[in-house]
Ligand binder design. Structure first.
Ligand SMILES: *[C@@H]1O[C@H](CO)[C@@H](O)[C@H](O)[C@H]1NC(C)=O
Ligand SMILES: *[C@@H]1O[C@H](CO)[C@@H](O)[C@H](O)[C@H]1NC(C)=O
Ligand SMILES: *[C@@H]1O[C@H](CO)[C@@H](O)[C@H](O)[C@H]1NC(C)=O
Ligand SMILES: *[C@@H]1O[C@H](CO)[C@@H](O)[C@H](O)[C@H]1NC(C)=O
Ligand SMILES: *[C@@H]1O[C@H](CO)[C@@H](O)[C@H](O)[C@H]1NC(C)=O
Ligand SMILES: *[C@@H]1O[C@H](CO)[C@@H](O)[C@H](O)[C@H]1NC(C)=O
Ligand SMILES: *[C@@H]1O[C@H](CO)[C@@H](O)[C@H](O)[C@H]1NC(C)=O
Length: 786
């Protein structure tokens, strides 16, 4: 599927991003800012307190029996929040105390019961809308399908996979009466230390735009008539990925031109694809809290990006205007600032102080009733558009429950992994390993679906087989929280190599500071023909994932080096959410497969790639730094730009580039078992004007020896520009599938609009001049005349 400019380019009036995917307006609905007549009537009939209730979103633990929401709903509490406050929405993972995870029917019962109480006890019978962080599938729902993390989805360079995964997410969530997902995540991170890096599609604005739009279409589609659709929420608007230190929630330092040119484009594309809601970021950008910025919340979001849907805050973000950013005197003024600036619904999320403050603010004339009406109108229209009024209570006998977590959905997750795993090194062509004899499987990540999955997987922080999974110190035994779904790497190897003699020794723990079985693992490696090492990061989310050194833990590096050196041939499989720097590991292992955080379905596809049953086609969606202090490299920033500006050979995509560029591997790197040969680039014209686009074509041939998928990437370099041009910037990509000997012509449009950028003082600009087009190892030049 190619993303054409048909729909999205119209929204690209000021910024430098090529237009994505061919989605025709007929394929999706978009929110409108005009209220339906019945919604307006309902709005007019509400009291001020009821209106404010619609603007308030509470955590599930406010209405459950205990604070970890494991013992069911507290009906008295639901009645209280319904009758007294008319709370408009609830969110977050609900649990029970026997299976720990609610399945789709469990959520449906829960939301049904809340809505029954709302229908029974409130005058206007406005149901709630329930929201979950279904960021990689509805992973909190026990029977739902869990997909690879965003970073791995980015590595597929395949919008159809992202769209399909989100379609399944929407189907499974809506079946569970959860009509809202706080996804997709569209942040562009500047620093590789950031513990939220893995939630995003990578560091490129165009890739993130294309995949973000695909995710929105998958979740929402024709939401006004299709009851298998749910509302998306683009997050985290805006600048969150610009954390200066890389630590989570550290304020963002982002020059306005870089904010507009790198971080905004994906929001523009996803808004054009119909996104119904946007979530505000925790950040202050250059000291300005996003939630209290008239420019970011109104001028940019509403006027320039044309967003017509509803804005929800992130967790407690309204209060943070005071508590975290100290931008106002007290919480009362924080709520006033939040609502006056542009947030519609506040994820408060555990008290009704927000409601009390807002009531007072309206009475004191600090917030106008028109502002309240505008915000409430958006919430009510959203509920109508996503079928909440029509179907507040879902049928618990529906056949749809049987289709949640189906084998067909699991296949989409497996394919996502197959297309994301990225081969970064393959010395002596040790891969594929096709003659199964004696295999050693070692390393702490090699038999744990939890470490394969990372954070935002079953639990906020993720799970693993050692430390259990219960937050808040609650007791519990480790059950198989993946309910049989998927396979660990070791299990995958066992299945794909049924005739091999396989020895499994973990050898050390995830930090590499447990040594009891270390020597055993080295011995196993020594006596095997092939050693597979599963290693990487502990699971984490947000601030808990803080690190101060991008290197893998020293003990783990030592372990990998020891088993690597002892091996006859080896493959290191990295399960990590950040590109943790590797020191001298690449010298001590033969091959390196970046698996990212593939989730429970990671085991089989990685084994298939090792065996050569699947030809690897993933490509790095970000720069993999060489050393910890290279953590601020983004490929477009142009490291050593003076030396490399026009040096085409620097852009070889065929593997790690080594020391001179301070990167271990570049954006777009990723080896195949086959050689893909490119013809010279043919340009339809050497002159590009504002009114006439040109095309660039190449013929790509699979010279074998394996059939395989392959992503063709088109970059451009502007030779000079008043704002230093990017070293190079992705302007097109297409994933193709070629049998051995087969060729395909791949054609990309190039339009003047692709080269719009923002000046230092924040103004849109376009400057003519000479450009180079780069596709794989080929290059050619054209001139833009403006
Ligand atoms: C249920 O909620 C009510 C009202 O908030 C509260 O007083 C009561 O203690 C709660 N009961 C339980 C068992 O949590
Ligand atoms: C589990 O929850 C049920 C209510 O759903 C309650 O009756 C029971 O006491 C709870 N058990 C534990 C161990 O908390
Ligand atoms: C709602 O009211 C109906 C009719 O009175 C009753 O049968 C039902 O149990 C109530 N639902 C809840 C969740 O209280
Ligand atoms: C724990 O290990 C068992 C046995 O290998 C496996 O079936 C299960 O999926 C693992 N659980 C997690 C959380 O990885
Ligand atoms: C291993 O490292 C982890 C993470 O730094 C630490 O929490 C733990 O205490 C260490 N264990 C030992 C045995 O040193
Ligand atoms: C690429 O493939 C074509 C067709 O097989 C062949 O003519 C050409 O020489 C090849 N080029 C390279 C650089 O291998
Ligand atoms: C493109 O332009 C650069 C810079 O002027 C020049 O060095 C290079 O040779 C040109 N490449 C082609 C293919 O014409």
């Amino acid at each position: 599927m190619r993303i054409s400019t048909a729909v999205l380019i119209c929204a690209l009036s000021t910024l430098a991003v090529a237009g994505p995917v061919e989605y025709h307006q007929s394929k999706f609905d978009t929110p409108t800012d005009k209220l339906d007549h019945d919604v307006q009537k309902l709005l007019d009939s509400l009291s001020l307190q009821e209106k404010i209730g619609q603007l308030s979103q509470l955590n599930i633990n406010t209405i459950s029996i205990d604070s970890w929401s494991m013992n069911g709903l507290n009906k008295t509490a639901v009645e209280y929040y319904a009758e007294t406050w008319g709370i408009g929405s609830f969110l977050n993972q609900a649990q029970d105390n026997t299976t720990w995870l609610l399945d789709s029917k469990g959520y449906a019962k829960l939301v049904n019961e809340i809505n029954e109480i709302y229908l029974n006890k409130t005058k206007h019978k406005i149901p709630i809308i329930y929201g979950l962080d279904s960021v990689r599938g509805a992973h909190y729902i026990k029977d739902a399908t869990i997909f690879p993390a965003g970073i791995a989805q980015g590595a597929t360079f395949n919008p159809s996979i992202v769209e399909e995964a989100n379609k399944i997410t929407a189907f499974e969530s809506s079946t569970a009466n959860v009509k809202w997902s706080f996804s997709p995540i569209l942040d562009i991170s500047f620093n590789k230390l950031w513990p939220r890096l893995y939630e995003n599609f990578g560091e490129d604005p165009y890739l993130t735009s294309v995949l973000g739009a695909a995710a929105v279409i998958g979740l929402q589609g024709k939401f006004k008539t299709d009851d298998t659709k749910i509302a998306a929420s683009l997050k985290h608007y805006i600048g969150y990925g610009g954390t200066r230190t890389g630590q989570d929630k550290d304020n963002a330092w982002v020059p306005i031109n870089y904010l507009l040119d790198y971080q905004v484009p994906a929001y523009r594309a996803a808004i054009a694809a119909g996104a119904a809601t946007v979530m505000t970021s925790y950040s202050a950008v250059n000291g300005q809290p996003v939630s209290s910025s008239k420019y970011l919340m109104d001028t940019l979001l509403r006027k320039e990006l044309g967003f017509k849907g509803m804005v929800v805050s992130d967790w407690q973000e309204g209060y943070y205007i005071q508590q975290h950013h100290y931008a106002v005197k007290d919480l009362y003024n924080a709520v006033i600032a939040e609502i006056n600036t542009g947030t519609d619904m506040s994820m408060t999320p555990t008290d009704t102080d927000f409601n009390v403050f807002l009531l007072k603010a309206v009475k004191e004339g600090k917030v106008s009733i028109d502002t309240i009406n505008e915000r409430v109108g958006r919430v009510l229209q959203l509920k109508k558009d996503f079928g909440v009024f029509k179907q507040p209570i879902v049928d618990l006998e529906s056949k749809r429950f049987e289709q949640v977590g189906s084998a067909a959905s699991a296949e989409v997750a497996l394919n996502a992994v197959r297309e994301s795993v990225t081969l970064l090194q393959n010395r002596f062509n040790v891969l594929p390993y096709k003659s199964p004899k004696k295999i050693a499987v070692v390393g702490p990540s090699s038999n744990d679906k939890g470490f394969q999955c990372g954070g935002w997987c079953r639990r906020w922080q993720g799970v693993d087989n050692k430390s259990g999974f219960l937050e808040g110190g609650a007791a519990g035994t480790v059950a198989d929280l993946f309910v049989g779904k998927g396979h660990t790497l070791k299990e995958g190897i066992e299945i794909i190599f049924p005739n091999a003699e396989i020895t499994f020794v973990e050898g050390t723990n995830i930090y590499g500071n447990e040594t009891t079985d270390w020597a055993k693992a080295v011995a196993a490696a020594k006596s095997a023909d092939f050693t597979i090492i599963g290693a990487g990061e502990h699971h984490y989310a947000e601030r808990v994932g803080r690190i101060d050194n991008l290197d893998l833990p020293q003990g783990l590096i030592n372990f990998i080096n020891d088993v690597g050196k002892a091996s006859k041939a080896s493959a290191l499989v990295l399960f990590e959410g950040r590109p943790r720097t590797l020191q001298d590991i690449p010298n001590n292992v033969d091959s390196i497969l970046m698996a990212y955080l593939p989730g429970p379905y990671g085991g089989i596809p990685v084994a298939e790639i090792i065996a050569g049953k699947v030809n690897p086609s993933g490509r790095l969606p970000l720069t993999y730094p060489l050393a910890p202090n290279d953590n601020n490299h983004n490929y477009w920033r142009g490291h050593d730009q003076t030396y490399n500006q026009y040096a085409v050979d620097h852009n070889s995509y065929d593997g790690p580039d080594g020391v001179q560029n301070h990167v271990f591997a570049e954006f777009g790197d990723g080896l195949s078992y086959s050689t893909f040969n490119y013809s010279d680039i043919s340009l339809s014209s050497k002159k590009l004007t504002k009114n006439r686009k040109i095309t660039a074509s190449v013929t790509v041939t699979n010279q074998g020896p394996y059939d395989g998928k392959h992503t063709v990437l088109l970059f451009t370099q502007q030779h000079w520009r008043s704002i230093e041009p990017e070293f190079k910037l992705l302007k097109g990509f297409e994933k193709i599938d070629l049998k051995v000997g087969q060729s395909k012509v791949v054609t990309f449009p190039i339009e003047a609009d692709f080269f719009r950028f923002t000046t230092f003082d924040g103004k849109p600009a376009l400057e003519g001049g000479d450009f180079t087009v780069l596709i794989q190892d080929k290059a050619t030049n054209f001139t833009l005349i403006v």
